[in-house]
Design a protein around this ligand. Sequence first.
Ligand SMILES: [Zn+2]
Length: 527
Amino acid sequence: MKRFGILLLSLVAAAALFAASAPDGKRWWSYIEALANDQMQGRDTGSESYRKAAQYVAAQFERDGLAAAGVQGYFQPVKFDARKIVEAESSLELIRNGKPEVLKFGDDAFINIRVDPADSVEAPLVFAGYGLTVPEAKYDDLAGLDLKGKIIVTLGGSPNSIPGPLRAHYQTNAERRPFLERAGVAGTVTIQNPHTADVPWGRTALSRFQESMTPAEQQFQDTRNLKISITVNPDRADKWLAGSGHTFAELLALADKGQPLPRFPLTATLRAKAKAVRRQVESPNVIAAFPGSDPNLKNEYVVLSAHLDHVGVGEPINGDRIYNGAMDDASGVATLLDIAQTLRDSQIKTRRSLLFVVVCGEEKGLQGSRFFAAHPTVERSRMVADINTDMFLPLYPFHLATVHGLNESTLGDTVREVAKPLGVEIQDDPAPQRNVFIRSDQYNFIRAGIPALKIDSGFKKGSREEAIEKAWLTERYHAPSDDLNQPVDLQAAAEYNRLILALARAVADNPARPQWKSDSFFRRFAQ
Ligand SMILES: [Zn+2]
């Protein structure tokens, strides 16, 4: 009885102590308010408002006693080649029997400016399934087709028979490039898959006016062999397929079942004229170090990453032009700032150092993290892990976490261990077709051989939470309504931040470095 009393007392004391020191989510939210208010103008890479946001982040790191770890203090400037489409001086036509059919930008299709377009191109069209080559799975949509000088038309997605991470990996531009180049493909036309796209066509189409950016060095020019890239409204896909004997409904039904798609020549030729305005801009990553306490291990780093940029000011939706990016990804930067403050306030020590890497250019195709991975400000071999936080969506209580990369490295085992006492269940990606694994900055660390995870709020299939997340993506993802006026579960965010800190500490304090699993496909990059 007495012992029980003491235990109870100490539990109460511990709880009180914990309550005093544990952030409740309000502090995390205050960082989002600072980064995602309307004055921040959506933090587009290269913009003045992004620069202000970067200075704010650096100032917080400095206040919390973190060391500058960029190349100019906390900053690592990145030079970009930027371009924007001028639709008034561009055109797309499908030519059949010498007769042109003019396509309407936005309604029918648009020129995807991620590929630097040639002034003009005219080439035959071939439907090439998903346009995917996956050597490990002996899968090749390009095999046996004569594609030299032709433009391939593809449906977004991949067949189910190939494991999730593998098909995600081979859908990146960098991985597609050698196969497209070898086949002599002149351009790509991608029909958006309406059943797997995160946002409806209308919002995809509005994104075409955003400025595209690629780091200026040659090594980053993944699509230099392509003359044009076009994205097609699925509702208008049959314009492209007309006369081929196939319909979009038929192809979509196959894709829904995750089956391979037929490949066949199309009856039309594409004639495209593209006018782009080009310029050079510079924008910084922000990098800070929390020094480790172990004389040897402190020379190694556990990276915590998040992206500071969003898509800026764009086409108005419901009268609002400012794409604030509160969840995408001010929320992840706020997690890093919150952790930095907890480290200081609670006088936490870690044996390895922690490296806070806040990047630009994520929305331009993971460009800031790619630049950092190519030009790391600490030796690459000294970075033992990356824990990335991007749009983790604390929209409901945090009892379950989805861990992207869970089964690829020992980081997955570590996150299971630290999550258990926090009462958080861990699961693998329930929606691999969204390709989240390759769609945020952790991917550039993985490609540099560094074991990495991206952790999100989790939901079970068919649950209320799944419906909440789906609605959020449909309504707010890359829309001006991802702003400060949205329901967010602060307690869930606080618990998420606690998990990330616990994971970072566990990895930093473990004498053994994280290792890729022997059967992980991604292990190859570490060898
Ligand atoms: Zn985004």
